[in-house]
Structure formats: C-alpha cells, structure tokens
Write a protein that binds this ligand. Structure first.
Ligand code: NAD
Length: 488
C-alpha cells in the first residue's frame, strides 16, 4: 500500500478488541490479518479474540446493561444522532475504509455510508417512541398495562458484504431499545466496525454499552457467548447454513433471535414491461456490490417474447463496465471478497454452460493479483442449473425464459428462499397479483433496489426470521410485559 491517504486512514483505525470502553489485545496476543481483495496485500493486523475474550466482552455488556436501560430514551437517541452526524462528516473516510477491506467501488461505498447512516438517524428517532398501552379489561374489573422493556445483552454477528450497514442495522435498534451488545464483525472486514465503535464512543456512548470482538474463530467464540445464560438475544446476518447452526445453539438459552439469511431473488420481466427501466433495474439488482448482496437478483425470469431483446440490451450495457480496484476512477466492478468466491462463480457458470446455457459475455477467469471475476451474462439457462438453486454471490446475470404468468410465479417461488423479488410490468392488476402470489419478504415493483432504513427488511422461508429497520426493527430488541391492576 503506497497511497499516503490510505496509510493515514488505516493508522486511525483501532486494532484491538473493544471491551468495557478500552481497546486491548486478544488474550495470548494473537492477531488476524485483514487483506485488500483487489491486491491480496495485508492492510492491517487486528486482535484475534479467544472464547475467553468473547466472555469478557459479554461481562462488559452485562455490567453496563442496567445503567443503559435506565438512560432516558431521548438521551440514548441523542447519542445515536450524534453518531449519525459524525459519520456523515467522515463519509469519505468510512467509504474508503470499506473499499480497502471489502473491495466495492468507492461510489457504492459512499452509498453504503448514506444507507448505513440512516439506521443511526432512524433509530435515534424511534428511541423516544417506545410505547405501551393502558386500558380497561373487557370485564370492566381491572386495568391492563402493557409495557415494553429492553431484552437485555445482545450478541450481533455481521457479514462482510456491507461492513457498515449490516452493523448499524443491528447496533442502532439495539442501543435505541436500551440493550447493550457485543458485536462480532466478519473476519474479512472488521475495520469498519472498529471505526464505528470508536465513533460511537466519541458520540458519547458509555463504556461497555457496545463491545467489539474480532476473531478468526467465529464458531468457538460465538459458542462461548451464546451458551452463556446472561445473553438474551442473538441477531445474525449471514448464510443460511450458519444461521441454522446458530438457531440450534440459541435453543439452549431460548434466546430471542433475528436471522437475516440467504436469498435467491427472482427478477421477473413481463412482456408488457418498460424494457428500458427493466434493464436499468436489472443492472442495479445484479451488479450492485459486485453481485455480493443477499438482495442480488439471482434468476432473471423473462417472458419469451422479450427475452432476446432484454438479454441483448443488458449484455451491451454490461460490456461497458470497468473492472479494477474500487478506488480507481470509473471502476464499476471491484474484486470479489476472496479467491473462493471467484472459484464459486466460475464453477456455477461452468455448470450452466455445460447444461446448455449460452455464454453471452464474461465467464473467463482473470489473472491475478486480486480476486476478480468478470461481469458475466448467460442466456437461456436450462432448468436444473446449480445457479438457479444456489445463491451466486457474484457478478453473473442468468436469463431464463418463461411463457405465461402462472409459469413465472411457479419459477419465482421454486426456491427454499424468500427474501426479495423484483417484478417489471406496466399492468397494475398484474403487479397486484404478483404481490399476492410471490412468497417473499420484500418486493421491488418496477424497481431494482428496495432497501430503506424506514422499511422492514427481512425474508420468508429459509431467508430468515424477524425484521430489521422500520418500526419493526426496534421491536426485535424489546420484551413485552403485561400487568393487571384492580379497578381503581
Ligand atoms: P457467513 O454465514 O459465512 O458469515 C457471516 C458471519 O457469521 C461472519 O461474521 C462469520 O464470521 C460468522 N460465522 C461463520 N461461522 C460461524 C459460526 N459457526 N458461528 C458463529 N458465527 C459464524 O456468511 P458470509 O459469507 O459472511 O455472508 C454472505 C451471506 O450472508 C450470504 O448468504 C448472504 O445472503 C447473507 N446476507 C444476508 C443478508 C440479509 O439481510 N438477509 C444481508 C447480507 C448478507
């Protein structure tokens, strides 16, 4: 790394575990290397926590719990709001940090700072709105009081693909609700979370309310925390297999859980769609974050009468993409997170082509350094191809033609997942039918991006449990208590 701006920025990021308001090395002093996926270079070494460090972080969260729960909601909200202001002031630094550790193009990283920051602002405003109810019981013999309380210490596990937004989407509602937390970022991208924890401390967050553990052993560290009877809530964003393992572990303590898991989004283009808008939406839904989003369109189901034209137009636009390190001017496709991700995209493309899909663009492996895979378009992808069943998590756009609305619905719903669906049609009644017929937690109707801090983000079926964002988001961190009192 030679860019002095990057060196200077990296020097401001803490490299320890954040426990009880202090930054300290891991027990035993082990460290974990963070690399730039565009070059393969190590950019920083951070503390590599042991299970005992995980327990120490939970100790700190438990020690701070009563005081934070008793802190007035307005005061909690004001700290989050100050953090939003600081993040907005430092948007360029945070964006650059994400590009360095995760690879996304700088313009997208700036977009994530805006999106991720909105959770701090939204939940700063939700904190004072936590409310209960009071009423006469139906018999008229008593008064019913329903009150809401922080669930208690939380464990928050985040993935690497949106290092800032996945953290703020959990941390902001937890803190707004009056919960303390231990957050464990993904091992590939811990720096953004550490920067955020430092920023929250600067915004006035008391010691111990938010603790950060970074580790190359997420399994054992998480087991120590999840198995501890003091923990009350687990919130996880990541893959469905890991989510299932964590749900089993959480059963021991009957923990409240929120699970944001995998997706396999259909992107349905009907024959009456505005094709210009559908192409535009397709590029955003597929290539945002280099295809590494749970909301990424995985299967492009296109009516047979417009499939050739749609594929042609999309291919032309994708051919104009520029691949490179996300800091370079004009780059639209950064690297994938690591070489395993490249191998996965390559193997899914090979499988589809072997089964008869038409390779329209890309597909060829690129020589290193860095973990790059080219933007790829596949036409006429046959049923049975692995990429129709599995989350691609790479820049591969796969088109499957269909013949009528019933077939589109059947194909769209033919997946264990149900996170998000995209539908393009000019027919309002058809749009309404699709809202009713698609098994999905979210839907973009004539739009290719749906995420918003004010909306309930989450999936059906194996895509998860619970919602993040919106008024629903804070409810995940609140317990309900019902009290009956006699007629006064
Ligand atoms: P992953 O499941 O491998 O890792 C996610 C997190 O879990 C990381 O912090 C990792 O360290 C941790 N982890 C891994 N094994 C663990 C274990 N045994 N115990 C405890 N923690 C463990 O997923 P990933 O590859 O980092 O992320 C990509 C996945 O995340 C995709 O499936 C994507 O769809 C999903 N995702 C979902 C959403 C959503 O909101 N639904 C958002 C972003 C990503």
């Amino acid at each position: 790394m030679t860019d002095p701006r990057e060196t200077q920025l990296l020097a401001t990021v803490p490299d320890g575990l954040h426990i009880g308001g202090h930054w300290r090395p891991a027990t035993g002093g082990a460290t974990l290397a963070v690399t730039d996926p565009a070059t393969g270079d190590v950019v920083k070494n951070v503390a590599d926590a042991t299970p005992a460090d995980g327990t120490a972080a939970l100790d700190a969260a438990c020690d701070a719990a009563d005081h934070w729960a008793a802190t007035p909601p307005r005061a909690r909200g004001e700290i989050l709001r100050r953090a939003f202001d600081l993040l907005t002031e430092r948007a360029d630094q945070v964006a650059l940090l994400m590009t360095i550790e995760m690879g996304k193009p700088l313009a997208e990283a700036r977009g994530e700072v805006t999106y991720g920051g909105e959770f701090l602002r939204w939940f700063s405003e939700e904190a004072p709105r936590i409310a209960g109810r009071y009423g006469v019981n139906p018999e008229g013999t008593g008064r019913m009081i329903v009150s809401r309380h922080p669930v208690g210490p939380c464990y928050l596990i985040t993935p690497w693909n949106f290092p800032l937004a996945m953290a703020t989407r959990k941390i902001a509602p937890a803190l707004a609700a009056g919960c303390t937390a231990v957050v464990k970022p993904a091992e590939a991208t811990p720096l953004t979370t550490m920067y955020l924890a430092q920023l929250l401390a600067e915004a006035g967050l008391p010691a111990g309310v938010l603790n950060v553990v970074t580790t190359s052993s997420p399994g054992p560290v998480s087991e120590a925390i999840i198995g501890d009877p003091r923990l009350r809530k687990l919130s996880f964003t990541g893959s469905t297999p890991v989510g299932r393992t964590l749900l089993r572990q959480a059963a021991g303590g009957v923990l409240r859980t929120s699970m944001e898991l995998g997706g396999n989004a259909p992107f349905v283009v009907f024959e009456d769609a505005d094709l210009d808008k559908a192409v535009q939406g397709a590029l955003a839904a597929k290539f945002r974050n280099i295809g590494q989003a749970c909301t990424a369109a995985n299967r492009f189901l296109v009516h047979r009468s417009v499939a050739a034209e749609f594929t042609e137009r999309v291919t032309k636009r994708v051919a104009e993409f520029r691949s490179g390190r996300g800091t370079e001017e004009g780059v639209t496709i950064g690297p994938l997170i690591d070489d395993a991700a490249v191998a996965k995209s390559a193997s899914l493309v090979r499988d589809a082509v072997d089964r008869g899909a038409v390779l329209r663009l890309g597909g060829e492996l690129v020589a290193g350094p860095g973990s790059f895979f080219p933007a790829t378009v596949l036409g006429d992808v046959p049923a049975g191809s692995e990429l129709l069943r599995e989350e691609i998590f790479g820049p591969v756009l796969a088109v499957v033609p269909f013949d009528d609305e019933d077939e589109a619905v059947r194909l769209a719903n033919d997946t264990e997942y149900g996170l998000v669906s995209y539908v393009y049609t000019r027919d309002l009644a058809r749009g309404q039918r699709m809202i009713e017929r698609l098994a999905t937690g979210m839907m973009g109707l004539n739009l290719g991006v749906v995420s918003n801090a004010a909306a309930p983000f989450g999936g059906w079926k194996s895509s998860g449990l619970g919602r993040e964002g919106g008024v629903e988001g804070i409810a995940e961190y609140l317990e309900t208590k019902y009290t009956l009192t006699p007629d006064p």
